[in-house]
Design a protein around this ligand. Structure first.
Ligand code: FMN
Length: 179
């Protein structure tokens, strides 16, 4: 099979990571893939922030849990794991317009580039709860050196997989040819 198609069809979300850090040169390539994502009129609305410091990730997790709730279900059913899934790299995507779909294109480029390089990733939309809170937003926009008029769009974990989760099927009926 065409390796690009094989990569797309075999990607899956990873939520368990080894402690191994992602090498700088590999991370650079993945971030270049993110930046290459298309945007309307090439306006390039999205900005990335990368966090690799474990203490800061733990602090973010504590703030998230304190603000959003320790028993608040994440997207995939609740468990006690940290919102960043103990990944060694966390990527934040910001833009001025909360509904800018360019963020999704960037995120998928990251996920596919990561997967093709032996890395795993997980998109983290639930972290939005931290930025919806005025105190959480103020603190983390400052830490992440982000202007106040930007919006958090999506987080992403990145690291070497330490699990092989069952493959999640997709429902039929989402594609219809008309005419
Ligand atoms: C926009 C978006 C937000 C997501 N947010 C979270 C999240 O906050 N936490 C999490 O563990 N997974 C999150 N996920 C991962 C989804 O749960 C996962 O993609 C879905 O269950 C399908 O599994 P697959 O990616 O392995 O095919 C998110 C995925 C997307 C696309």
């Amino acid at each position: 099979m065409n390796p690009v198609i094989e990569n797309i069809l075999s990607r899956q979300t990873i939520r368990e990571y080894t402690d191994q850090q992602v090498p700088d040169d590999l991370l650079d390539v993945i971030l270049q893939c993110a930046i290459r994502a298309p945007s309307g009129r090439n306006t390039q609305p999205c900005h990335l922030r990368i966090l690799r410091n474990r203490e800061m990730l733990e602090e973010m997790n504590k703030d998230f849990k304190d603000i959003v709730g320790w028993d608040t279900p994440a997207y995939t059913g609740w468990d006690k794991r940290p919102v960043y899934h103990n990944a060694p790299v966390f990527i934040f995507i910001f833009a001025k317009d909360k509904s800018d779909m360019a963020a999704g294109l960037m995120a998928e480029n990251i996920a596919l580039a990561a997967h093709s390089s032996g890395l795993g990733s997980c998109m983290i939309g639930s972290l939005g709860g931290l930025f919806d809170n005025p105190d959480g937003k103020k603190k983390w926009m400052k830490i992440l050196d982000v202007p106040e008029d930007w919006c958090f769009l999506l987080g992403m974990t990145l690291g070497y997989p330490n699990e092989k989760p069952p493959f999640k099927d997709r429902e039929d009926g989402h594609i219809k040819f008309i005419g």
